[in-house]
Design a protein around this ligand. Structure first.
Ligand code: SF4
Ligand code: SF4
Length: 201
């Protein structure tokens, strides 16, 4: 199995795709992740891009560790209209964002970019919804709910001048909760959630 296929399986790539299909990136973001992000890719992904466009993939030139490469930013496959020219063949890191792989082996990171924040907000909604259905005391439910509200506020504050930040405070979501979030979103049968807080400039 190719390394990228093995990684996809390990990080629940399909579950992430099921989550991301509920969201839409706002035009105002200007494909920030493709123009400023750290875009790592595996050797088999680089080979595929090289077949698609040897010239554009030629600028991917940093061998940062054996078998791992880093695209120069902005990505050479981002066209003038802000679209990816290799969308169906894009590297894993692109298909995951705003989720990010970490090394824990049992969770995935989530960056609070405009879409990432919406996912965090919906994740908090699912957590609070689940808590309400438990037998916890009203006082405990209130405490947990207030704690989550503080969490949301803190991630929302990351959206202020988000384009100028090099590091965003990242949320970690355990894989089993990721699956639950995917089911929660599917059950709400939501349309694309594109309403992004006004602070995301
Ligand atoms: S909203 Fe997030 S995922 Fe979408 S283009 Fe902007 S930075 Fe990338
Ligand atoms: S390959 Fe496509 S999705 Fe990935 S960074 Fe480049 S333009 Fe963006």
């Amino acid at each position: 199995m190719e390394i990228s296929a093995a990684v996809k399986k390990a990080i629940r790539y399909d579950v992430v795709q099921n989550i991301l299909r509920h969201y839409e990136c706002p035009d105002t973001c200007g494909a920030h992740c493709c123009s400023k992000g750290q875009i790592h890719l595996f050797e088999d992904e680089l080979k595929l891009l090289t077949v698609l466009d040897p010239v554009k993939s030629g600028v991917i030139n940093k061998d940062i560790s054996p078998g791992l490469y880093l695209m120069n930013a902005p990505c050479s496959f981002l066209n003038e209209t802000g679209r990816c020219e290799v969308y169906s063949k894009r590297p894993i890191v692109c298909g995951l964002y705003p989720f990010k792989v970490n090394t824990s082996g049992n969770s995935i990171g989530l960056q609070p970019c405009p879409v990432g924040f919406l996912i965090i907000r919906d994740f908090a909604s699912w957590v609070m919804d689940s808590i309400l259905k438990t037998g916890l005391s009203e006082q405990e439910k209130l405490r947990i709910s207030e704690e989550w509200q503080r969490n949301i506020d803190s991630y929302a504050s990351e959206l202020t001048e988000f384009h100028f930040k090099t590091v965003l405070k990242e949320m970690q979501i355990p894989f089993d909760e990721l699956e639950m979030l995917s089911m929660f979103l599917a059950s709400t049968n939501s349309q694309k959630m594109s309403s992004v807080p006004a602070t995301a400039k």
